[in-house]
Design a protein around this ligand. Structure first.
Ligand code: C5P
Length: 230
């Protein structure tokens, strides 16, 4: 079946961990807002992709005007963000038909490659849920606070069983929409966790270590460095 391809970009966060006045998805990187760089990766990979952008209410008009002024003409539906990422994605899914492939990609991951996007879409033709993930290279510990509130090691996790998960996460749209009918859980920090909770098998494809999520000021420096050698 030839499923149409959709992109949901949750860009509805306020980005408090960055400590900037502007949410991190609107900060400039290489002369463009991060959100635009991210969208351009997908337009390069799948030129006819249909885009739903989820924005904070306070920045919808700013983004609309930026796109006009900068002649960034990507057709996109804009929807308002929700209380958490889960609620933002759920708002966007109301715009997506059944029988499609839908990629959900964090606005703040502008370094994903077009070839990885295409690889993930191709894999999703034959599996209802496909995500990029990378095996852990760090040693992983569980940590708890002692009686003085100091973080101390509680145990060590078998790192061969723990992979770091990225986006884009790609789904058969009817599967993702059905999974999102359930109530919010604080563990739902990505979309794979929502479909996993609904009992769907999620296939992992090797991710890219350069596909970082820009969350802190250090991440922005790292992203500038990666972009300069790409
Ligand atoms: O907060 P976190 O780093 O997990 O955010 C990942 C993505 O989800 C970001 O692109 C952010 O803008 C988006 N988000 C959203 N709505 C929220 C919170 C985060 O669309 N309420």
């Amino acid at each position: 079946m030839d499923r149409k391809k959709f992109l949901v970009i949750p860009a509805g966060g306020s980005g408090v961990r960055m400590g900037a006045d502007v949410p991190k998805q609107f900060l400039m990187l290489g002369g463009k807002p991060i959100l635009r760089l991210t969208m351009e990766r997908f337009l390069e990979a799948v030129p006819d992709i249909r885009v739903v952008t989820v924005l904070p209410e306070a920045h919808m008009e700013w983004w609309r005007q930026y796109c006009v002024k900068a002649s960034f003409t990507c057709p996109q539906k804009m929807v308002q963000g929700g209380f958490t990422r889960f609620h933002s994605v759920k708002n966007a899914l109301a715009q997506i038909p059944d029988g499609a492939l839908v990629a959900v990609h964090d606005a703040v991951r502008p370094l994903v490659s077009a070839s990885k996007i295409r690889e993930l879409f191709a894999a999703a033709e034959n599996a209802p849920a496909v995500i990029p993930a990378t095996p852990s290279t760090d040693t992983l510990k569980t940590v708890s606070k002692n009686e003085d509130g100091v973080p101390v090691v509680a145990g060590t996790i078998d790192r061969s069983a723990v992979w770091g998960v990225q986006t884009p996460q790609i789904f058969h749209s009817e599967v993702l929409k059905k999974a999102y009918e359930r109530g919010y859980d604080t563990l739902f920090t990505d979309d794979a966790s929502v479909v996993s909770a609904a009992g769907v098998t999620v296939v992992c494809i090797e991710g890219e270590r350069t596909n970082i999520k820009i969350t802190t000021p250090e991440d922005l420096l790292l992203a500038q460095a990666i972009l300069s050698v790409k």
